[in-house]
Design a protein around this ligand. Structure first.
Ligand SMILES: Cc1cc2nc3c(=O)[nH]c(=O)nc-3n(C[C@H](O)[C@H](O)[C@H](O)COP(=O)(O)O)c2cc1C
Length: 254
């Protein structure tokens, strides 16, 4: 079973590719949280996989909630892997994941990071279409290699791009992100909004509500996945003035 979380499709695409190679079903973590159904049986020979993006060199909120509540039972030992998608690097996120899994008596056998186009348009502009294609082609090759390593059941096998100052990034900067960059009050729409409601339908935490054909964001519980902003067909959703100058990204290989 491969459990995934994805805002703009990179991690979903990765989970789908691994699912096809490893013949494992995939399961959306946000649906699990929504349905409050955390009990799973891992059958003999089945893998346990986690695929999700890095958020500010740390674990996204839904991954923490999911693993804290996860209740896995199995009759035989099983192989566990994690794939973390990112724009550049993940700092100490894999170590953080190992720690919370250990509390649930789950041992991570292998872990990987994959650089894919960055969707954090709050700080950065998107890459050109050509650069995106190049990065996604590279990622495809890495996914293929990862599937091979998992199929070989490589143990204690980690291929992760931590970047510079991983400890600082995964502690102080991750903390600052959570306290200052996850506030829904910074979302707003421009006059280009056509009231289509796509953002409301896509939001994994259902905190967007349409009123008079305009979206409104509830306070709190935003994962900052930026699906609303990146998939808006009119690029009408903004998060601070900065995003007005930036393009939008979602994975088009799905
Ligand atoms: C809130 C947020 C924080 C992010 N932080 C990082 C980061 O620390 N390092 C990095 O390389 N990419 C970072 N990214 C980029 C994403 O991890 C990357 O684009 C990922 O593949 C998106 O996956 P998804 O399409 O499945 O949502 C961040 C993106 C978001 C939305």
């Amino acid at each position: 079973m491969i459990f995934y979380f994805s805002g703009t499709g990179n991690s979903l695409y990765t989970a789908q590719q691994l699912s096809a190679s490893l013949q494992e079903p995939i399961c959306n973590i946000t649906d699990i949280i929504q349905n409050n159904n955390y009990s799973y049986i891992i059958s003999e020979g089945e893998h346990l996989g986690f695929v999700f993006p890095v958020y500010a060199w740390g674990l996204p909120k839904p991954i923490i909630t999911f693993i804290e509540n996860l209740d896995i039972s199995s009759i035989a030992p099983y192989y566990t892997f994690a794939v973390i998608t990112c724009g550049e690097n993940i700092g100490n996120t894999m170590e953080e994941l190992k720690k919370i899994l250990k509390k649930k008596n789950i041992f991570l056998n292998s872990g990987f990071s994959i650089a894919m186009p960055d969707n954090y348009v709050v700080l950065f502009d998107v890459m050109s279409k050509e650069q995106q294609t190049e990065k996604l082609d590279k990622a495809d090759k890495i996914i293929y290699k990862i599937a091979k390593m998992i199929a070989l059941q490589k143990n204690n096998f980690f291929r992760v791009e931590k970047g510079k100052f991983p400890l600082l990034k995964s502690t102080l900067l991750h903390y600052l992100f959570h306290h200052f960059y996850t506030n829904t009050k910074h979302f707003y729409t421009t006059g280009d909004c056509i009231g289509c409601g796509k953002c409301e339908a896509l939001c994994p935490t259902h905190i967007i509500h349409m009123k008079s054909e305009k979206p409104y964001w509830d306070k709190g519980n935003c994962y900052m996945c930026l699906a609303c902003l990146n998939y808006c067909p009119k690029e009408a959703i903004q998060y601070t003035k900065k995003t007005e100058k930036h393009g939008r990204y979602h994975n088009t290989r799905l």
